[in-house]
Design a protein around this ligand. Sequence first.
Ligand code: 0X9
Ligand code: ZN
Length: 307
Amino acid sequence: MSYYEKYHSLEDIYHWLNKTAMENPDRVKVILIGSSFEKRPLYVLKLSAISTTNTNKKAIWLDCGIHAREWIAPAFCLWFVQYSLSFYESNRDIATILDNMDVYVLPVMNPDGYKYTWTTDRMWRKNRSTREDSRCAGVDLNRNFDANWCTEGASHHPCSEIFCGEFPESEPEASAVASFLRRHKEAVALYVTIHSYSQMLLFPYSCTRDLTENHAELLSMAKEAAQKIKRYYRNNYKYGAGAETIYLAPGGSDDWAYKLGIKYSFTFELQDRGRYGFLLPPSEIPRACNEALIALKTIALRVVERI
Ligand code: 0X9
Ligand code: ZN
């Protein structure tokens, strides 16, 4: 069984990150974008094609593990990096994507929460920030972004699983990602964030029932991706705007990225549909990741045609 068919501790993932960068010096760069509440580093891997003469290249942003217990998400980020590095020479889709776009990958956006799910509480969702006025720890990082922040679908109560925090970007993890994307917003053409579970390909908005200006385009991209998953892996993924497909939930990173100007913005909810839920067995990692990979490739190729 390969490294990528297992779940890994945070320490393992940090080690993998450094090793991957060291072994691929001409294609992978490590960027420190900030640190977590408990002062763990937030590392992004920048993947690029070896020979890049193009100086104002566009980019894809991919983050995994906003929610601590969704272990398949970091597993997918690792899977994606490995696949991109291994198949650049032999897979035309990956070559087309990397020849036209760099990819920024944040494998674990919520390292404190992820660590906590390995040591203390497997079902932890939020980060691990504390505040003086409550005994409950943690903010839901996917309610902490500045997109109709803390309206219906989020909570002001620190003990809630969907606590939105004191103010938008109050959390260092959300603030680090938002600052990086603000600095790179001209380049980033596609934003993708990986969650589980429920098998859905979602796009903005989730923070309002309004439709985006390019709703039809996002819908057709998500539909094509879902059809590919169905054709290759015989699995059903729902797709649509978040508010109507899953639920109204403000303060999410996808809506915020969209409002920043990244017009192609998606949340993928990976396997399964509830049999194992967040406890997806390692034996299911390859299929779950291959489904997400084909969806990501399909959407990225459509974005390449438009940039
Ligand atoms: O509620 C969420 O944050 C996501 N579902 S999960 O079960 N992984 O927690 C859905 C996020 C959809 N996008 C936004 N709400 N912006
Ligand atoms: Zn999630």
